[in-house]
Design a protein around this ligand. Structure first.
Ligand SMILES: [Zn+2]
Length: 433
């Protein structure tokens, strides 16, 4: 045990970053290193006087840490050799690792944490340990042992924690959410939760508010590494409060319901695109290209080329292809009443072909400017009983309503969530004092 603590202090001081999990019994560390670790003066010198030659020689004799970020086209082998590790040694380490994790799975942007020790005689560095984290829950560890290298996968236990955040909206829900400490992923879920009822480009007013209880995953150090689900979401718009609860029904589908057990999901999304502004409304307008007054039978959303377009609802692709002035065009049949159409696409979503089934929110294409168009935008139409209607004024059929036993289960779930909410907000208040 003492042994591992010594190693930790060497690595921390010399590398300047906390030690990653390394098995003390697997890491070979000569006596000289343990000695240098015992002498705090020498170690401090190595970090504060890096340019000093005496300090340099200290640094050269101890284990240090290096973090490599994988670039496009990089191979693990080449990266290790570039660090100064002898090719034979790098090859052995990579081969050992490939028994549990194939090096070709390493992606650009990923970090490779190395624990290195200079070998002054061979004028190279010795690889003591290597860590790759394929995801936030797993580490692949390769360590030097007396007999070569050893590889193992270590699962990092994550703890799920309930959190609470609230705030008043000054400019946008996005800004207010970020200020309240919400992660991007949680914020996106919050926006999605209300997207059936709220048009985030129009309906948000200064003084509106949000309140959310959500889950996050933390690692052993308490750092948030992953967003979880939203449990309770509330928005106050122009003084009107709407509080929703996440609930999983017996068939395994999770959705948000109001306190009465009515799902907020609607047959169609309000906007089939994220973060775009409406550049042209439904109705009569002077046609930008043709120059005369013409009925504009859809909504235009200005967005950058390549912005994903979502299926507004579940359904079947009825048409996917070039369609005159519409350019690259997709039409989805949702039910016997509603269809939606999407025009001027740059390209189609993966697998989007006639007859294909699509789910609400699935990417069906990307914003472009094909056909009769002045610039990248999405032209979006809603067809009701075969005729285009104003997407903003249609009354949409609502989702399921919980009944009987399922409603009773839901009510008990809501009571439990409210209890948790009270405890959590009380705790928060106490922490602030
Ligand atoms: Zn249009």
């Amino acid at each position: 045990m003492r042994y591992s603590l010594r190693i930790a202090s060497v690595l921390t001081v010399a590398g300047g970053i906390a030690l990653f999990a390394m098995d003390s019994d697997q890491a070979i560390l000569p006596a000289s290193d343990i000695e240098s670790a015992r002498d705090p003066g020498r170690q401090i010198a190595s970090t504060t006087l890096a340019s000093d030659s005496a300090a340099e020689s200290v640094r050269l004799s101890s284990v240090y840490k290096e973090v490599l970020t994988v670039g496009k086209g990089d191979t693990l082998m080449a990266m290790l050799v570039d660090t100064g590790i002898a090719p034979a040694s790098a090859d052995r380490a990579v081969r050992t690792m490939s028994r549990i994790y194939k090096p070709r799975r390493i992606k650009p942007g990923q970090d490779i944490v190395l624990s290195l020790k200079p070998d002054l005689r061979a004028k190279s560095v010795e690889l003591m340990a290597m860590k790759i984290s394929p995801n936030v829950e797993r580490d692949i560890l390769v360590t030097r042992t007396a007999k070569g290298f050893q590889a193992k996968a270590v699962d990092r236990p994550l703890t799920k924690v309930a959190m609470h955040a609230s705030g008043k909206i000054d400019t946008s829900l996005y800004v207010a959410g970020v200020n309240a400490g919400l992660r991007q992923a949680t914020l996106a879920k919050l926006i999605q939760t209300f997207s059936f009822d709220v048009d985030f480009q129009r309906d948000i007013r200064r003084g509106d508010a949000f309140d959310v209880m959500y889950e996050e995953y933390r690692d052993e150090d308490g750092a948030v590494v992953k967003s979880g689900d939203i449990l309770v979401a509330e928005m106050t718009l122009s003084g009107k409060k709407s509080r929703l609860y996440r609930f999983e029904t017996k068939d395994g589908f999770s959705d948000f319901y109001d306190a009465k057990g009515q799902s907020v999901r609607k047959a169609l999304l309000r906007t089939p695109i994220d973060g775009a502004r409406i550049s042209s409304n439904y109705g009569m307008r002077r046609h930008p290209i043709l120059g005369y007054n013409k009925m504009h039978k859809g909504l235009d959303f200005a967005a950058r080329r390549g912005t994903p377009i979502f299926a507004a609802g579940n359904g079947f692709v009825e048409y996917a292809g070039r369609n005159g002035g519409y350019g690259k065009y997709v039409r989805i049949r949702h039910n016997s009443t509603f269809k939606t159409a999407y025009a001027h696409m740059h390209r189609y979503g993966k697998g989007i072909r006639k007859g294909r089934r699509v789910k609400q929110g699935q990417i069906i294409g990307y914003v472009g400017s094909t056909g009769r168009s002045t610039g990248p935008h999405l032209h979006y139409e809603v067809h009701k009983n075969g005729r285009q209607v104003n997407p903003r004024s249609i009354k949409l059929p609502s989702g399921r309503k919980l009944k009987g036993r399922e409603l009773r289960t839901f009510k008990a779930h809501v009571a439990a969530l409210e209890k948790q909410y009270v405890a959590l907000t009380a705790q928060q208040l106490a922490d602030r004092r």
